[in-house]
Design a protein around this ligand. Sequence first.
Ligand SMILES: NC(=O)c1ccc[n+]([C@@H]2O[C@H](COP(=O)([O-])OP(=O)(O)OC[C@H]3O[C@@H](n4cnc5c(N)ncnc54)[C@H](OP(=O)(O)O)[C@@H]3O)[C@@H](O)[C@H]2O)c1
Length: 270
Amino acid sequence: MIKTIQDTKLPALGFGTFELKGEECRRSVTTALEIGYRHIDTARMYENEDEVGAAMVESGVARDDIFLTSKVWMDDLDYDSLISEAQASVKALKTDFLDLCLVHWPTEKVPLEETFRALTRLQEEGVIRHFGVSNFTPKWLERALDLGDVFCNQVEYHPLLRQRRLHQMAIEHDLLLTAYAPLAEGKLHDNEVLQKIAKRHDATPEQISLAWLLEQQNVAAIPRSSKPEHIRSNFEALEIRLDDEDRSSIEQLPDDRRQIDPEFAPAWEK
Ligand SMILES: NC(=O)c1ccc[n+]([C@@H]2O[C@H](COP(=O)([O-])OP(=O)(O)OC[C@H]3O[C@@H](n4cnc5c(N)ncnc54)[C@H](OP(=O)(O)O)[C@@H]3O)[C@@H](O)[C@H]2O)c1
């Protein structure tokens, strides 16, 4: 499934790599590429760009056929650090460019204007094709949109944390809303409502979450797994079509089950 954002086409289903390290990371990314994933998400902070890059090179898949995202950590958002961190990303990933470079978390430590100036320079030099933000609340996103093109906001998003406002903003501004932790970090499995929907589709709760996210306008999802059978079944979620009854059951679920909430997180908004 391909989505078009600001005239750029990208695969809506990506592969997440948070917490995958070393050989496990390399093996999982290799499996994902073999199965057909063509969108990969990493970050400087994950300390796995070397392995992600090695798996990409060894796969033989053409670089232009992969949509590759990395993120710069919040301590490195001043002009000079951001430039050198993005260049280090590209080098570790054994490529010439990132499709998307994200500000991993918002921070007041560096003016966003300065960060965006560095991102714009990287884009002009072809080091990155697009830039965007992650973990930006509606207020932070408004600030970012005032400063220039934002291609993406990557946030936690799944049936137990529905991002109605950020989704609306994504549609209004033609930006990508990438759903991270789209499986609520494995916590959807025992949800009875999702299990019931899954049974109707001969599917799993994880596949139902992914199908629900992927059918939404401007939304991508980046599930992570280290198990080949999960990597494959998550990919097969692309074949599931939900109906109105499924959607209204999901709308009845609790909407406040945030999994990722570090002490440096911004003040979350509804
Ligand atoms: N921007 C940010 O701040 C941020 C924050 C968090 C995540 N992310 C990105 O989003 C990606 C996804 O989020 P996440 O890794 O936190 O969590 P997730 O994808 O929601 O969940 C991953 C967990 O679900 C399990 N799982 C995967 N597929 C499954 C299946 N089919 N059935 C049962 N269990 C399954 C995995 O275990 P197994 O390995 O055993 O399958 C793993 O424990 C990350 O990898 C990262 O790329 C970004």
